[in-house]
Design a protein around this ligand. Sequence first.
Ligand code: 13P
Length: 287
Amino acid sequence: MLVSAKEMLVKAKAGKYAVGQFNINNLEWTKAILSTAQELSSPVILGVSEGAGKYMCGYKTVVGMVKGMIEELGITVPVALHLDHGSYEGALKCIEAGFSSVMFDGSHYPIAENVEKTKALVAICNEKGLSIEAEVGAIGGEEDGVVGNGECADPDECKMIADLGVTMLAAGIGNIHGKYPANWPGLSFDTLAAVSEKVGDMPLVLHGGTGIPEDMIKKAISLGVSKINVNTECQLAFQAATRAYIEAGKDLQGKGFDPRKLLAPGTEAIKQTVKEKMQLFGSVGKA
Ligand code: 13P
């Protein structure tokens, strides 16, 4: 069964750990993440970007695949299926398709429009018992072709959006999607502390979880971050393991070309990455 992310994040915030959101792109990814969460007894959030949703043949396909897998693999840990960086229309589609959580990313709108659209979606999500994430201050890097600059959110605007009744809030604190450049100044803990102070118990979300040094992750959790998004790191691990398999010529031996064999090392690499992240975020055993 899919659950809203609310309970797991409230518990995480109170217990000073973070739940990982791992983005999915296909069946192998989903299987690797769900089975690792179960093995480690950790709650988990499966993130689906609009681009990945299209790639997987639409949100209904995603819901069917994830629900089927939860049942067939005997997954009993809490799993939320969450739209990542959704548009207003995308969020409505996911709600209709059966997602248990959505993110509405209105950070590129003027704050008044972000407020108005977030408010409308909060009402729908509340009625259906779904969790909803909002964003203030664009996260930098590239996400489905949209490039942000890694802004630092205005704590007053964060309070304004948090007060609309969202479940969790993504506040830009200099974090970016994808690889961090060598001259990246690091997370702005001053911004995070100021936002945390304004929004109280509201679970905060850290996007761009790939490549942030461990000490910064731990400090961010201590300052109220209770959900951390990871995407690029799983992609890099999958790619490296698949490449190694091919470069070693294993696809040319026996039935090595069989897609089940060809994709197995990449799937294992994702499992390992997810495991390391869950350990770092402190969510192991918290299901
Ligand atoms: P990375 O791709 O940097 O891991 O970020 C993932 C993310 O924030 C998805 O919203």
